[in-house]
Design a protein around this ligand. Structure first.
Ligand code: NAD
Length: 436
C-alpha cells in the first residue's frame, strides 16, 4: 500500500519504517528540515535500538522516502497517518491539538482524490469529530474517511512492539474501512496480533484509558513502597506476591521514581481534562497525577536525608538521565526536576548517559557531563542510579571507585540487595531497608 506519515518523531518514524519493512511504500514527512536532512543521510534523529539498520535497509530499497514535500507525499498515498505531537497546553491539563488540526488543514490544502486519514497521535475523545467538522467547512467531506488507530509502542522496545503488538485497535464509524486496515496489518495479524475494531471515539478512549491504568498501577506500587520503607519490608516481595495473581499480573508493578516520559504524564492529564469537559470527575486518575507529582519532591527530600542535610558542595553523580533506558527521550524525566534542584542547593552534579550530553542541563551552573561511568562516579559522595541501563547493572563499584565513603541511591532497585550488604556499600533504594 502507499502510506504517508505526517510527523517523523518517535511514533511516525518507527511505525513508518516498520510499515515500509512490511513491503509498503512509505513517505515520512516532517516540518523539521534538519530531521529530514539527517534521515536522508542515513542518520536517525532519535535513539531507538535496531532503528538505524531498518531505516537503511528500507531507504535503499526505495520503500522509505523522507521529505518535506507534503504535496508529493499526500498525492502519492492512499492512507495518511497523523503522527504529530499532542502535548498539554501550558499550565493546564488539556491537550493542545493545534499540531493535529494544522496538519489536517495542510493535507486538505494539497490533497487529490479520496484518502483515509488515520489519527495515530494520542487524541482526546471526539477529536475525530472535530477533524470532520474542519473538513466539512471546506466542503470536502466526501473525499475523506477519518479513523483512529492509536499507537501503543514503547520507546526502547518500539520495533518489537510494532512487530508483535498485543493488539491493533482501529476505530471507525464506517465499517467498510476495517477491511483496508486489516489488509494493511495482515502480516502482523497472521503472526497472532489481535485486530480489534470499535467506534472512532471508542478507539480514542482506549488509548487514554490504557495509559491512565498503567500509570495508576505504577503509582499504586510506588505508594506501597513508601509504606515498605517505614516497615522494613522489601517492596519486591510484595510486587512478586501480588503479581502471581493472574487477575493482577506482574508487569508495571516495579516500584521506582515518579513515572515520566512523553506519554503517561500528559495522557493522564489529557484524560482528566476530556472527562471534565463532559462533567465527569475521574477522581482516581486525578489522585494518581497528584501522587506522582509529589513523588519527585519525596526523592529530593530523601537525598537531603542521605547526605545528612548537607547538600552544599557535595558531589552527586547521576547514572542515566532519560526517563527510561534504551531511549534518548528526556520528556518529563524526573531528572529534569531533581538535577536543577540539587544544583540550586549548591551540589556539584555530574551525569553520564549512554545517549550523550543533554541540552536540558547545558545552562545549569555546577552541572557537568562525563563521558563514562567511572569518571562520573570516581569522586562522588553520592551516586544516583536514575535510569536502569544494562551497563550500569554490571558496573563494579568496589573495584572501580576508590571512594570508600561512596553512597548509592538506587531509584530503580537495579542492584541486588544482598550483594550491596556483602560489598559494604551505603545503599539506599526504593521500598527496601537502607544499608548504612
Ligand atoms: N513517543 C511515544 O512513545 C508514543 C507512543 C504512543 C503514542 N504516542 C503519541 O504519538 C504522537 C506523536 O508522539 P511522538 O513522541 O512521536 O512526538 P515527536 O514530538 O517525537 O514527533 C512529532 C513530529 O511531528 C512533527 N510535526 C509537527 N507538526 C507537523 C506538521 N504539520 N507536518 C509535519 N510534521 C509535523 C514535528 O516536527 C515532530 O518531528 C503523540 O500524540 C503521542 O502522544 C507517542
Amino acid at each position: 500500500m502507499k502510506l504517508c506519515m505526517i510527523g517523523t518523531g518517535y511514533v511516525g518514524l518507527v511505525s513508518g519504517t516498520c510499515f515500509a519493512d512490511l513491503g509498503n511504500q512509505v513517505y515520512c514527512v516532517d516540518k523539521d528540515i534538519s530531521k529530514i536532512n539527517k534521515l536522508n543521510l542515513g542518520i536517525s534523529p532519535i535513539y531507538e535500538p535496531g532503528l538505524d539498520e531498518l531505516i537503511k535497509k528500507n531507504y535503499s530499497a526505495k520503500r522509505l522516502i523522507f521529505t518535506t514535500d507534503l504535496k508529493k507525499a499526500v498525492t502519492s498515498s492512499n492512507i495518511i497517518f497523523i503522527c504529530v505531537g499532542t502535548p498539554n497546553k501550558k499550565k493546564t491539563l488539556s491537550v493542545d491539538l493545534s499540531y493535529v488540526f494544522k496538519s489536517i488543514k495542510e493535507i486538505i490544502g494539497v490533497s487529490n482524490g479520496k484518502k483515509i486519514i488515520v489519527t495515530k497521535s494520542t487524541v482526546p475523545v471526539g477529536t475525530g469529530d472535530e477533524i470532520e467538522k474542519i473538513i466539512k467547512k471546506k466542503n470536502k467531506k466526501n473525499f475523506y474517511e477519518i479513523i483512529s488507530n492509536p499507537e501503543f509502542l514503547r520507546e526502547g522496545e518500539a520495533i518489537r512492539d510494532f512487530r508483535f503488538p498485543d493488539r491493533i485497535v482501529v476505530g471507525s464509524n464506517n465499517k467498510k474501512i476495517f477491511r483496508t486496515m486489516k489488509l494493511l496489518y495482515s502480516p502482523l495479524i497472521n503472526k497472532g496480533a489481535k485486530f480489534f475494531t470499535t467506534s472512532r471515539k471508542g478507539a480514542e478512549l482506549i488509548k487514554y484509558a490504557s495509559n491512565a491504568f498503567l500509570a495508576t498501577k505504577i503509582t499504586f506500587v510506588n505508594e506501597l513502597a513508601n509504606l515498605c520503607e517505614k516497615t522494613n519490608i522489601n517492596i519486591q516481595d510484595i510486587s512478586l506476591g501480588m503479581g502471581f495473581d493472574s487477575r493482577i499480573g506482574s508487569r508495571f508493578l516495579r516500584a521506582g521514581p515518579a513515572y515520566g516520559g512523553s506519554c503517561f504524564p500528559k495522557d493522564t492529564k489529557g484524560l482528566v481534562a476530556a472527562a471534565d469537559k463532559y462533567k465527569i470527575n475521574l477522581t482516581v486518575v486525578k489522585s494518581v497525577i497528584k501522587s506522582n507529582e509529589k513523588r519527585v519532591i519525596l526523592h529530593t527530600k530523601r537525598i537531603d536525608k542521605i547526605l545528612n542535610y548537607k547538600i552544599k558542595n557535595k558531589i552527586i553523580a547521576f547514572l542515566g538521565v532519560t526517563f527510561k533506558p534504551n531511549t534518548d527521550d528526556m520528556r518529563d524525566s524526573t531528572s529534569l526536576t531533581m538535577i536543577p534542584y540539587l544544583c540550586k542547593k549548591g551540589a556539584k552534579v555530574s551525569y553520564y548517559d549512554p545517549t550523550g550530553k543533554k541540552k536540558e542541563f547545558s545552562k545549569l551552573k555546577n552541572c557537568t557531563y562525563e563521558k563514562n561511568i567511572k569518571d562520573n562516579c570516581k569522586n562522588a559522595d553520592l551516586v544516583i542510579l536514575h535510569t536502569e541501563w544494562d551497563e550500569f547493572k554490571i558496573f563494579n563499584f568496589n573495584k572501580k571507585i576508590r571512594n570508600k565513603k561512596l553512597k548509592i541511591y538506587d531509584l530503580r532497585n537495579l542492584y541486588d540487595f544482598e550483594e550491596m550488604i556483602k560489598k559494604k556499600i551505603s545503599y539506599y533504594s526504593i521500598g527496601r531497608p537502607d544499608i548504612n
